[in-house]
Structures are given as structure tokens and as C-alpha cells.
Ligand binder design. Sequence first.
Ligand code: APR
Length: 229
Amino acid sequence: MNIEDLQPTKIVVLTGAGMSTESGMPDFRSQRGLWSRYNPAKVASVDSLENHYELFSEFYRERMKALRAIEPHRGHRILAEWEQAGKLHAVATQNVDGLHQAAGNKNVLELHGSIRSTRCHQCERVQNEETFLRSTHCEHCQGVLRPNVVLFGEMLPELVWNEAVKKIEEADVLLVIGTSLQVSPVNQLPYVAKGKTIYINDEPSDYPFDFWINKKISSGLSDLKKAWG
Ligand code: APR
């Protein structure tokens, strides 16, 4: 069987940072990825939030500001078109940039949270992005502000996780796009799939996918759009 014959009606997509590189956002583990310039333990962990707050808050403020100039690309829009056509049932993403929603997807499961909103690390009150860009402390309790992302050392949102597992189990095709599958527990999700699995990535993976589209993501998704409508 080849990919063109699949004609899926219950696609679920699992994306990583590679999904956003063609929009101009760096990923993490490619040569020019963020982790070649920053140590994640120093800028994206609970320890960095609690013991290196200046470095932590600067890292996220820079990413929030960079996002203002970023738009979804053709690949994001294809996923939104498939959801509107009723053939894509959910996007489970590790990305915190909100680009799937910006492209029009409604059923987006943000497994690692979102950089598009912030909260107080002490009283948990949600505060808007502007507040975090302007100051670093909560106006209610003077606690430290942080983006609503899942930091290294924190648990993933349980309801979001459970919904992603359920959707992947129900899918007839799981598209795994732009993720190196290095970080658990998300790297366990492809094993939950009961349907066909397709990997769109410009480097190989050890996971036994049914198909590997070794192309740039927007081009790989355009090919699937031609084959599946
Ligand atoms: N086309 C195809 N593949 C691409 C493209 C592209 N345009 N751009 C990047 N890739 C591939 C890279 O080769 C790499 O295999 O996408 C993958 C991105 O992997 P990572 O940078 O490791 O990103 P991700 O898998 O999302 O990281 C998971 O790690 O640091 C944490 O919380 C962070 O959510 C993130 C998690």
C-alpha cells in the first residue's frame, strides 16, 4: 500500500518545533536550534525559574517578542483546511507558539502549554503577555510571573494528555511532523497509534513508522494535500 491509497478520514497530527521553522522560528535540536545557543536547564526548567529568574524571563520575553513577526506557513494552513473539511480530528502539539490556532485549527492540544499567556508562579493568577513583558512580578501577590509553558521538571496537563492519547488511538492516520521525539512523555505517543503512522521530517527516526516523508514540512504536507484532497 502506498500513501496515496490511504485516503484517511480521521487524521491526528503530532507536531514539534520543526513545524514552525519555515515560519521563521528556530527549533531546538537542529544545528541552529535554540539548544545550540542556550542550556535548557538554565532557561527552561523549574530550577531556572526559581534560581536564575533574570536569564529565564529574558529567554521567554525574547521568544514572545519574536513571535509577533511570525505567521503560520502553508503547512499550518493545510492542517486547518483538513480540520474544516472534517478529516483532521486533532492537532497534539509540543509547540507553545500558537501557530496552529493562528492558522485556523480549533482542536489543538497544547501538551507543553503556551507562551501566549502568563501566570503568577505563586498565586497562579493568569496575567496577559504585556504584563510579563513590562514587569516580572504579580500585581496581586508580588510573586514571579512566568509563561504558561510546561518547564523541564513540571508535569504535562493531565486532561490534555489524556485527550491526545484518546484521539491518537482513534486515528486512522497519525502524522508525526517536525519533532525529534527526544523528550518524554510525548515521544511515547506514536506507540499509542492503532492506524498507519507517517513521519514528516528532514532527518530519520528510530521509531518504526509506516512511512517517512524525508522533505521540508510544507512541501511534504503539500504532497499529501495533492494525494488526499
Ligand atoms: N522540515 C522538516 N523537518 C524539520 C524542519 C523542516 N522545515 N525543521 C526542523 N525539522 C526537524 C529537525 O530535523 C528535528 O528532527 O524537526 C525536528 C525538531 O526537533 P526538536 O528541535 O528536538 O524539537 P521538538 O521535537 O519539538 O522538541 C521537543 O523539547 O526542548 C523541548 O519543550 C521543548 O517542546 C520541545 C521538546
